[in-house]
Design a protein. Structure first.
Length: 404
């Protein structure tokens, strides 16, 4: 079982009497992650490709995150399940190095994509013009290429130090031979990168909260007016990037006009103060104090504002799940430099990181209406042949209906 009869078997063995029983839990857990993550992330990519409503600039980042998770679930996770099942690495030296490199490439691209998501949400609520320039179609392509390129350039230099780590029964870089470069990389990605994501979401929260308070005060100030602001045009899609945000300037003008009309009766009747008016009129012009320009976030319609908050809440939940999955593993490795902690604890914290690669599609389905609808359509189409076969078996002849 432990493969101690051969040198390679001993080198790639993670056998320990304390984890013989635990491995079955790890195998079951890893198999569920493989199945759920592969199906879920593949459905995310297919939903983006097949549903026109989902083809937004923001969702390009969601698809990039799904591709990074799909790489792990489809290629790497089955090998991890095999190593836990046999309590040894059975794929050789070369694939051990490839595995370690792809593992950190997937994680680094996920972190960089989370950063881009947070930055895009912040720019969308604060500087829409900058968002349109940076996250244009061309800009998105460049950013995604840079994310993958930076991940490759960061972890390729560690190629010679990717080894099998018995504590977690998988391949990673050597804890000491890669220093200080490996330490700098981990600090940059997991602490600086994720810390920046948290800061951007904090800024978004403060901005949205301030805008909500300003909008509340504005609505209270115009209760005496019978005229309501008109919000025309199509609403936003589930990405929060739509006409509701693009038309903030029009909404801002109409809001100010309503305030002026409520204070000046002549403005309400459609009269204007012109340069050709009489001197008496010029000497006693109506005193109108224009309100401060509304915040762009506050000038969205209620539906757009709710949509933006909902999508941002989903993105923040994805970020929190990433933190939840990786922080225990990172803290354990920092605290247990001498590997004195039980091996089963190291394995459990490592297995917790597997969850990150399969949970995002579940969050999209629960927290994003359009992704949820697209998933249901894909599942219906995938189940159509089975439903047709079952109908044929029962003699109801519904295959023609499904085929049509």
């Amino acid at each position: 079982m432990n493969g101690t009869n051969h040198t390679d078997g001993s080198l790639f063995s993670c056998y320990s009497a304390s984890v013989v029983g635990y491995r079955y839990f790890a195998v079951l857990w890893g198999s569920c992650v493989t199945f759920t993550g592969t199906i879920g992330n593949l459905m995310t990519v297919l939903a983006f490709a097949s549903d026109q409503r989902l083809r937004t600039r923001f969702n390009v980042l969601i698809v990039n995150l799904a591709i990074a998770d799909l790489l792990y679930c489809t290629v790497l996770q089955p090998i991890s399940v095999d190593s836990y099942l046999h309590l040894r690495w059975r794929s050789g030296h070369l694939w051990c190095r490839i595995f370690g490199f792809l593992l950190f490439l997937s994680n680094s691209v996920s972190i960089l994509t989370l950063c881009l998501v947070a930055i895009s949400r912040y720019l969308l609520v604060t500087k829409r013009a900058t968002f349109d320039r940076v996250f244009s179609n061309r800009g998105l392509a460049i950013l995604i290429i840079l994310a993958w390129g930076l991940g490759i350039a960061s972890f390729a230099p560690l190629w010679s130090v990717y080894v099998f780590v018995p504590q977690v029964c998988t391949c990673s870089f050597h804890r000491t031979e890669g220093r200080p470069y490996s330490t700098i990389l981990l600090f940059f990605y997991f602490f600086i990168g994720l810390g920046c994501v948290g800061v951007f979401y904090l800024l978004i929260y403060k901005r949205v909260y301030t805008a909500s308070q300003a909008l509340l005060r504005y609505r209270l100030s115009r209760r005496s007016s019978k005229k309501k602001p008109t919000f025309s045009g199509p609403g936003t899609d589930d990405s929060g990037v739509g006409s509701g945000v693009a038309n903030t300037s029009c909404t801002e003008v109409s809001s100010q006009a309503d305030l002026v009309a409520s204070k000046d009766p002549s403005a309400r009747e459609g009269t204007e103060i012109k340069a050709s008016e009489s001197p008496a009129t010029k000497q006693t012009p109506p005193v109108v104090v224009p309100p401060p320009a509304p915040d762009p976030a506050a000038s969205r319609s209620p539906a757009d504002d709710s949509e933006f908050k909902r999508v941002t809440r989903m993105c923040f939940t994805v970020f929190l799940c990433f933190i939840f999955c990786f922080v225990p593993f990172l803290l354990l490795n920092i605290a247990d430099k001498n590997n004195s902690a039980p091996q089963v604890l190291h394995m459990f914290c490592a297995n917790l990181t597997w969850l990150n690669s399969c949970i995002n599609p579940v969050l999209y389905a629960v927290m994003n209406r359009q992704f949820g609808q697209a998933y249901r359509v894909l599942l219906t189409k995938a189940a159509a042949p089975l439903t047709c076969l079952w109908a044929w078996f029962r003699g109801k002849g519904l295959c023609v209906k499904w085929q049509s």
